[in-house]
Design a protein around this ligand. Structure first.
Ligand SMILES: *[C@@H]1O[C@H](CO)[C@@H](O)[C@H](O)[C@H]1NC(C)=O
Ligand SMILES: *[C@@H]1O[C@H](CO)[C@@H](O)[C@H](O)[C@H]1NC(C)=O
Ligand SMILES: *[C@@H]1O[C@H](CO)[C@@H](O)[C@H](O)[C@H]1NC(C)=O
Ligand SMILES: *[C@@H]1O[C@H](CO)[C@@H](O)[C@H](O)[C@H]1NC(C)=O
Ligand SMILES: *[C@@H]1O[C@H](CO)[C@@H](O)[C@H](O)[C@H]1NC(C)=O
Length: 392
């Protein structure tokens, strides 16, 4: 409570001052896959990131390709900051102070971020800002489910850009729209072999969504809390640097963990800068869980438990043992559709139906990713939510 309530009320005020929002819910979708029509903007394309290159060079090819889109998105953030503090002082502050912060980030992330600034020509401070943005502006839905043959499927909607400029004319979030052209699938290789794959935003070096083929799948959702991210970030700036950035941890786990159990224990035990939810799927029956994290430790792990009839675990942005905020209940409609689908009929195809049902699909939804661990499969789609559609 607290923080999140304030955030949503502020957004509600901003939005309702110009229009009335009915609860844009709908019946569970079906037959949405293969993706097409007005809720599909585009299938996401692939790039390779070679982990054998020095960190500063790894992103050069991708960023060279996406330079215009990245510049465009950063400009939208600048415009918002300048609308907020018209003197331009806010961006000046970012340009002066955040480059110093780049040096405090752990390797290889510091070098990768500098490499991105060099390749794009965007000031380093603004690339750093983009990389720490996740703290503030994401809301998501993630689900891991087991079918009746023991196959695990993992899907997620990444909803990003809350407050980042509601465009009254288009009824869209300015930054969410600018992020869509930056969505890419990445194949991280070492010695020409896939280590893991991820859906990500070009220019962002942490991971929010990924798969280690045949071993595990992982997504992260933001967990709002009053003594949450801001305190951790502030402590980092002030020099107390014993917590790990969340999306750096997920990247490190995807890169280095060699089993579901190892991933689970690292995600549970590593001290973080801010609270988070980690949604982890394994490669065998029963291996799927939501790890609810405080900054210090795991405070709860909810696992798939077929004996209890729990064949899936689903997380939005609220602790599973509490009610979601009534203004932002994506959990109930998503669970309703999962229940309606039933275990015998769950697959990437039907998971896409669930993730395409409003308000699970909303104006913030940037992409939908579907993963099947046993086949090492990851596919992603850039989404649109035609009106009428919930702003979040
Ligand atoms: C908003 O809509 C206008 C036309 O109505 C279009 O030119 C513009 O690209 C749209 N902007 C975004 C961010 O979608
Ligand atoms: C890397 O692997 C691909 C097949 O996965 C192959 O086509 C390519 O030739 C390999 N490249 C090198 C440099 O070994
Ligand atoms: C699942 O992962 C374990 C390692 O944790 C591996 O030994 C096993 O072969 C994998 N099983 C399948 C079906 O891929
Ligand atoms: C879905 O099914 C589970 C397990 O039977 C139940 O606990 C939950 O209340 C159901 N949720 C909805 C929204 O139907
Ligand atoms: C499973 O879902 C598909 C739609 O994706 C539907 O056509 C089919 O009837 C469903 N099967 C069962 C057994 O419910």
């Amino acid at each position: 409570m607290g923080h999140r309530v304030l955030l949503v009320l502020a957004a509600l005020f901003a939005v309702t001052s110009t229009q009335f929002i009915p609860p844009y819910t709908e019946d569970c979708r079906s037959g949405m896959y293969p993706p097409k029509g007005p809720t599909l903007k585009k299938a996401v394309g692939w790039y390779t990131i070679d982990l054998d290159l020095p960190p500063a060079k790894r992103w050069t090819a991708l960023i060279t390709d996406k330079k215009a889109e990245l510049t465009n998105m950063i400009q939208a953030i600048r415009d918002l900051a300048n609308a907020f503090v018209p003197s331009g002082n806010l961006i000046e502050l970012v340009d002066i102070t955040l480059p110093l912060m780049a040096d405090t980030l752990p390797s290889p992330f510091n070098e990768e971020i500098k490499g991105i600034a060099t390749a794009s020509g965007i000031p380093l401070g603004e690339v750093v800002l983009f990389n720490i943005f996740y703290e503030v502006f994401t809301v998501c839905t993630s689900v891991v489910a087991e079918d009746d043959k023991g196959n695990l499927v993992h899907g997620r909607n990444l909803d990003f850009g809350l407050f980042l400029g509601w465009d009254v004319k288009n009824k869209s979030w300015t930054v969410s729209e600018k992020l869509k052209p930056l969505v890419v699938n990445l194949d991280f290789k070492r010695k020409n072999q896939t280590v893991f794959k991820s859906t990500n935003f070009a220019g962002y070096v942490g991971m929010l969504t990924g798969i280690k083929p045949n071993l595990f799948t992982l997504t992260m959702n933001e967990r709002f809390s009053l003594n949450g991210g801001y305190i951790g970030i502030l402590e980092w700036i002030l020099g107390k640097r014993d917590g790990m950035w969340m999306s750096f941890l997920t990247r490190s786990v995807l890169e280095n963990a060699m089993s579901y159990e190892e991933a689970k224990s690292r995600l549970s035990q590593t001290k973080l800068l801010a609270p988070a939810y980690f949604i982890l799927g394994g490669n065998q029956t029963g291996q799927g869980c939501i790890i609810t994290r405080s900054r210090e430790l795991s405070i709860d792990v909810l696992e798939i438990d077929l004996k209890l009839g729990r064949w899936y675990v689903l997380e939005t942005n609220y602790d599973h043992w509490k009610e979601p905020l009534f203004l932002d209940d994506r959990r109930t409609p998503a669970m309703k559709c999962m229940n309606q689908t039933a275990q015998k009929n769950i697959s990437l195809k039907t998971l896409y139906d669930v993730l395409s049902t409003k308000p699970v699909l909303n104006k913030l939804t940037t992409y939908t990713t579907l993963m099947q661990v046993s086949e090492g499969k990851l596919e992603a789609y850039i989404r649109d939510c035609p009106n009428p559609c919930m702003p979040w």
